[in-house]
Design a protein around this ligand. Structure first.
Ligand code: MG
Length: 252
């Protein structure tokens, strides 16, 4: 029998960016009695708490010890020690990488006339070091939603910034996200990195793991897991995941 059930989050356990529904919460709590449960996605730790952990109200501290959070594509790992969530490892960018990325994005944005320092709220910043990635937010973190939506609705400004960044520092990957953001990472910090560390931390073999994801096609962000040779169930939504989990729990 599999020892580990690993899950992509958005569109696999929930509707994108929203907390997991009650049905998924109940199924995950039931699974904690039989498996190690490992959500893995590109989001931040706080978002894992909001979307998953806060929804598992019926889980006991003992059950939560079997929940493992692979944050920021598994470049950070958190587990529950019976009282609180502790960080087990973190693979941040180096100071040199952060400095290079920050200078690159600033130069690109300034050259193109998209460096909006004068629009920042007091104490806000355009470039933020999120440890495993550096994030450019054109109007800062504190700007209003409407203002953000209006800044680059067709992504054209950010596409220009990314194109220039690739010329200046091609050794990094740049992803457009949210409404005003660009995330810069080192290549290879994808789910293969996270899943490889998962196997090591949980001391299991690939064959012990069953993975659920919605983007398992070549080019999708779950594809690196498929490529590793880990058994994968492709789902269209959390409803498919619920269906599969009911089946798994039914035969235990
Ligand atoms: Mg997904």
């Amino acid at each position: 029998m599999k020892k580990v059930l690993a899950f992509d989050i958005d569109q696999t356990l929930n509707v994108a960016k929203t907390p997991i529904p009650d049905e998924i919460a109940d199924l995950l709590v039931a699974c904690l009695d039989h498996f190690e449960i490992c959500p893995i996605s590109g989001q931040k730790f706080d978002q894992f708490l909001i979307q998953i952990v806060d929804r598992l109200k019926n889980a006991t501290p003992e059950q939560l010890k079997h929940l493992h959070l692979f944050v920021a594509q598994g470049t950070q790992y958190y587990r529950f020690n019976g009282t609180e969530w502790e960080q087990v490892y973190n693979y941040p960018l180096t100071d040199e990488q952060v400095a290079k990325i920050s200078a690159t994005i600033e130069q690109a944005a300034r050259e193109l006339g998209f460096w909006e320092e004068d629009k920042l709220k007091p104490g806000d910043e355009i470039i933020e070091n999120r440890l495993s990635q550096v994030t450019f937010s054109a109007l800062g973190q504190k700007a209003g939603t409407e203002e953000k939506y209006a800044w680059d609705p067709d992504c054209k400004k950010r596409e220009k910034i990314v194109a220039r960044c690739k010329e200046l520092a091609p050794e990094f990957d740049y992803e457009i996200g949210g409404t005003t953001s660009i995330n810069a990472i080192t290549p290879g910090m994808n789910k293969k990195f996270g899943m490889t560390h998962l196997l090591e931390e949980l001391n299991v073999e690939k064959s012990d793991v069953l993975y659920f994801g919605d983007m398992t096609q070549p080019g999708g962000n779950d594809y690196p897991v498929v490529e590793m040779g880990i058994d994968t169930i492709t789902v269209r939504s959390h409803e498919d995941t619920a269906y599969a989990l009911r089946g798994i729990l039914g035969v235990i």
